[in-house]
Ligand binder design. Sequence first.
Ligand code: DLL
Length: 453
Amino acid sequence: MNQSKGMGNILITCERKVENMEHYYQPEIECASREQILAWQNERLVKQVKHVYDNVPYYRKLMEEKGLTPADIQSVDDLHKLPFLTKDDLREAYPYGLVAVPLTDCVRIQSTSGTTGRRVVAFYTQHDLDLWEDCCARAIVAAGGTKDDVVHVSYGYGLFTGGPGLNGGSHRVGSLTLPMSSGNTDRQIQFMTDLGSTILCCTPSYAAYLAESIHEKGLQDQIKLKAGIFGAEAWTEEMRRDIEANLGIKAYDIYGLTEISGPGVSFECSAQSGMHINEDHFIAEIIDPNTGEVLPDGEKGELVFTSITKQAFPLLRYRTRDICVLTREKCPCGRTHVKMSKPMGRSDDMLIVKGVNVFPSQIETVLMNNGYAANYQIIVDRVNNSDTIEVQVEMTPEMFSDSLKEIAVKEKELVNALKAMLGIYAKVKLVAPKSITRSEGKAVRVIDKRKLY
Ligand code: DLL
């Protein structure tokens, strides 16, 4: 196992003696003392700012506009002086404007799904791929993965980072890797049973769909899964409980974004209470999304990342739009890296309905607490100059009824529960089981028709 890549000659210390059952891919990094982590960050930040200033004219101009030179950044304490980067910068600099090394040194491109506007393309040197795969390997080992596991990767392969990231991480751990990619659910289940997959990596919505299909086929007893590593989209604790119960596994969250490398920017440990950010590679800040002011730990705001080890596409103070909270309380797993909460939504995904902020995750929580599965869609519209919101949700087969009266009672119950959570009226329409299209990748939960006018 590779345990000290890229550490230079910096002294590595372990804060806790590792005597528990927790396993680590790079224990001396994952459990390093706070002083050690800060020392890595200070040294790497200073180098990275110089690298970007010298090699990325687009970013040098942004710094110059603020009257900054690399000499102004001596440590993490100076980070707040640097300008933010946003997705608009990435679009403006597309495709090569933020690449910091000669293209001949780049070996890979990955890209976002880019539903609106230009896609984001990210570049990697071999060094960048190595570090990214280390991050994914940390996530797999934290979920209990070893070289004895069969890691079933059902994230999409190709431009999307999910498949390649977890695939690389699984190789590093030495697990037997099944590069399934997404789709063809029957084949997924066949391989899972025939080859004895033990760790499933896919979006949580696809995990829920796979669980549903496995139960329909009556194959629960032939599934050997013990853990799942699910991310790339928002999912609630209620959905975690459902997936864990239906697949008989422990479900771990994993977070990341193409701009910063892909999956593995942060990952969950056995405590399942937030994701450790790989702080030896990424410095995290939380800011007020409206003012840009840096907020203290524990306050909710927009997550901002500075990548301090990437060579090809190093983004400084990149605004993710993801809303979450950072905590530095001691984690029982022994890891010392800061934890981020599950993203509570994206500042640009937040719906404003009748002037009220609504996050789709709030709706999911209500549905699941009332016995529904996560098969739903939220339709927002504007009728006679007034916003409307409708939640279409599938009845489970057990609650399915053709009595209109019974359905109306259930709908009313949900309307009341949603009103209590959101503070506004949302129409509820119960639909037949299996009538909402299942997702094989990131689920599309919200249709905002107001954007079409
Ligand atoms: O979704 C990378 C990824 C692949 C992460 C596989 C985890 C597993 P993008 O397509 O660039 O990259 O989308 C990034 O997805 O800014 C979040 O809004 C959202 N996201 C990613 N992971 C989570 C998660 C990949 N665990 C965007 N929970 C991010 C909630 C997530 N949202």
